[in-house]
Write a protein that binds this ligand. Sequence first.
Ligand SMILES: Nc1ncnc2c1ncn2[C@@H]1O[C@H](COP(=O)(O)OP(=O)(O)OP(=O)(O)O)[C@@H](O)[C@H]1O
Ligand SMILES: [Mg+2]
Length: 261
Amino acid sequence: MIRIIDLKKNFDDFWVSNGVSLQIPEGKMTVIVGRSGTGKSVLLKQMIGLIQPTSGQILVHNTDITKIQGALLTDALQQFGYVFQFAALLDSLNILENIGITLLEKQTPLTKVLPIVKEKLALVNLNEDILYKYPSELSGGMRKRVGLARTMITNPKIILYDEPTTGLDPITTKIIHELMADMQKNLHLTSVVISHDLEIFKYADYIALLDEGQIQFFGPAASIWEANNPYIYQFIRGLPNGPIKTEGGQLKCQTKKHIKI
Ligand SMILES: Nc1ncnc2c1ncn2[C@@H]1O[C@H](COP(=O)(O)OP(=O)(O)OP(=O)(O)O)[C@@H](O)[C@H]1O
Ligand SMILES: [Mg+2]
């Protein structure tokens, strides 16, 4: 459904994406992992046109969204929902306005927006009594769910999550993951999740690992702990001096060159 082909992006002389190729299966959850600063957020932003790649293709239903502009691009991006790395709610707006912002900006009357916002609140298991509260009055977990409800307002078919559970306790993290998995199955969504939280693997269909500007591993989540690709082997076990690939394909201890913090 989404095919990323040889995507490259540089900021001056720094190549953050250096030939990223990845196929994201439709109706499934694909989790992208990788160390801090490897370009995961930049990749997601390229997928929704927030950052223009230097070269390469991003095919969504066979349309290369890097080559279109204006109304065509807006139309193509309608299918996407984006959950920001930090919930990114607007502090001066109440929850109703935050969730309904895209509709309110298009001058949709509040009487029409209200039932839609209530429907999305129910979708993320939040109670209507928070509608007139402000973000500062909510817990971190609630804010994340409000962010999710806001993303769902336009009924996207593809949802991109940038670290949806950062800063949450393990129980709230699990609740958010279950919510993401339930929504994905019930609404037949395609989900792409960037996460450092290995607990998400339980709900994922596929795992991709980004390192050195490229996808170094892609495989089914169900057998991830058996995978012997050195990048994923090392990452999921958190081994700072763990194995890397040698020319002969064997596992080898990591060199300093690979330790970037
Ligand atoms: N607009 C920009 N201009 C210049 N450099 C940028 C820009 N956006 C990102 N970068 C650089 O690109 C690199 C990758 O950033 P990115 O935010 O994608 O990392 P990440 O993998 O999401 O990390 P984290 O796990 O910490 O969120 C970083 O070195 C960052 O400084
Ligand atoms: Mg990031």
